[in-house]
Design a protein around this ligand. Structure first.
Ligand code: BG6
Length: 479
């Protein structure tokens, strides 16, 4: 029997999010989202959220990389690379500026029709995230964020509006980006739209927010299926693989627990329609008392997802007594792995880990699976001749794709790969432009300077060959 690599209809593409890409934060009737209230930062200086905009403070998401005015050029470049699919998010506050209008903002809806027109022109399949860290900020002011159950009722008209509006144009929907970041402190702002500094029951409120989003997700799936039978709904998990630091049984158990809490609670509810047994014990031991309504059980069961998507950047180590050097890494922290090197932002680089993650996910859920984020945040240098030689990015992505191919040969039903920030954009964790992920460079910098000019990096031509060869030409071969 021949063991084959990527299937012929594999979806090669790239991923972005509205708040980090579009700019035009107050154009076309858009209201401010929580992302618009974040200042810049860097790896040593955290971003600040300001309840009101401060004069003389730079807010990097306001202009971002101005996709709002460059989308035609950008999508043409994606098409030139051979993208089969493109993952982007709809900014909720472009459609409902405060979240609570009774009528949607037509100009916002038209913007995404224009984006979809361009994608259609090049035969690129849209993959649309409904909520990617961009709650209308008014909802934070009025209700505090997703820990308030009221948000479910406010989200549903938005979900219904975009599902109906784009029903003939979009098949693949992604519900809440990295919903499981709500198991981590940083997830409060990003995933939950909440400001929880100094709040006593901070952890409980994050899990409440996750529950409310899981209920909203399930309701959206049920509603969506009544609008169009062709819709496919995916969950989105920030998958951070955890290894036991040693083979000491207590460390191995600590690893299992971390994996269960961080990676599995939200995924299990999305896929299986109920909380796993270990979650109940975890909540009880932590005194986390989630307000679940009697009808929630049925709602969750009725709205399970069709496919599983996740982001993968890194792994870390876990020990019973976590002493030692810590790493950064997609909200997760954890201990340094002595066998791995870290990126310049302290995220361990672990291509083997993506095969391990894919096998774990497949064993647990047996669903079609898509990697909707992966990549290396790095500093890029524009040489005097204008070239950008990002060999480090090619090495990172090539090694990960090689391991994805192994996972496909292992039998994983992997249907697509969307590297993150296929065009440079604002970093979510640090607010920097300096931390770049793209195949396409954007002339925009952390002091606000730059003319938004686009330039192909070396990885642009490389990825084009990877796609053309359906993942056969990697690393040096494709350069
Ligand atoms: C994921 C998010 O957590 O990681 C993205 O979904 C984010 O929004 C990406 O940009 C990379 O993280 P960062 O902090 O380097 O931008």
């Amino acid at each position: 029997m021949t063991i084959k690599g990527f299937p012929n209809n594999f979806l090669w593409g790239g991923a972005t999010a509205a708040n980090q890409l579009e700019g035009g934060w107050n154009l076309g009737g858009k209201g401010p989202s929580i992302a618009d209230m974040f200042t810049g930062g860097n790896k040593d200086r955290a971003r600040r959220i300001t309840p009101e905009l401060e004069a003389d403070t730079f807010y990097p998401n306001h202009e971002a990389v101005d996709f709002y005015h460059h989308y035609k050029e950008d999508i043409r470049l994606f098409a030139e690379m051979g993208f089969k699919a493109y993952r982007f998010s709809i900014a909720w506050s472009r459609i409902f500026p405060t979240g609570e209008e009774t009528e949607p903002n037509r100009e916002g809806l038209e913007f995404y029709h224009n984006v979809l027109d361009e994608l259609e022109k090049y035969g690129i399949e849209p993959i649309v995230t409904m909520s990617h860290y961009e709650n209308p900020f008014q909802l934070t002011k009025t209700y505090g964020g997703w820990d308030n159950r009221k948000l479910i009722d406010i989200f549903m008209p938005y979900a219904e509006c975009i599902l109906r509006e784009y029903q003939d144009r979009v098949t693949y929907w992604i519900l809440f980006n990295e919903i499981n970041l709500l198991t981590q402190p940083m997830g409060g702002y990003f995933a939950g739209g909440m400001i929880l500094e100094g709040v006593e029951n901070e952890e409980e409120r994050r899990y409440q927010a996750m529950h409310n989003q899981l209920v909203a997700s399930a309701k959206t799936v049920k509603l969506g299926k009544s609008i169009s039978e062709s819709f496919q709904f995916g969950c989105m998990i920030a998958y951070v693989g955890a290894y036991a630091l040693t083979c000491k049984p207590e460390d191995v158990r600590a690893q299992q627990r971390t994996d269960q809490i961080h990676n599995c609670i939200a995924g299990d509810v999305h896929v299986r329609g109920q909380y796993p047994a270990f979650a109940h014990r975890f909540f009880a031991e932590k005194n986390i008392d989630i307000n679940m309504q009697p009808e929630d059980e049925q709602i969750l069961q009725d709205g399970v997802v069709d496919y599983y998507t996740f982001s993968y950047y890194t792994t870390n180590c876990v020990a019973e007594n976590p002493e030692g050097a810590k790493v950064s890494g997609n909200g997760s922290g954890g201990l340094m792995n002595p066998y791995l090197k870290n990126s310049d932002w302290g995220w361990p680089i672990d291509p083997e880990g993506i095969r391990w993650a894919l096998n774990n996910i497949h064993d647990r859920y047996q669903l079609p699976t898509m990697i909707v984020e992966n990549g290396l945040g790095a500093v890029d240098v524009v040489e005097e001749d204008g070239s950008i030689n990002d060999d480090y990015r090619i090495a990172y992505l090539g090694a990960h794709i090689e391991q994805m191919k192994e996972a496909v040969k292992d039998g994983v039903n992997l249907i697509g790969y969307m590297p993150w920030g296929c065009i440079d954009l604002v970093s979510a964790s640090t607010g920097e432009m300096k931390k770049r992920y793209g195949f396409i460079y954007v002339d925009k910098h952390d002091d606000g300077s730059g003319d938004f000019g686009r330039k192909k990096k070396k990885s642009f031509e490389w990825y084009k060959k990877v796609i053309a060869s359906n993942g056969e030409l990697l690393e040096n071969e494709a350069q």
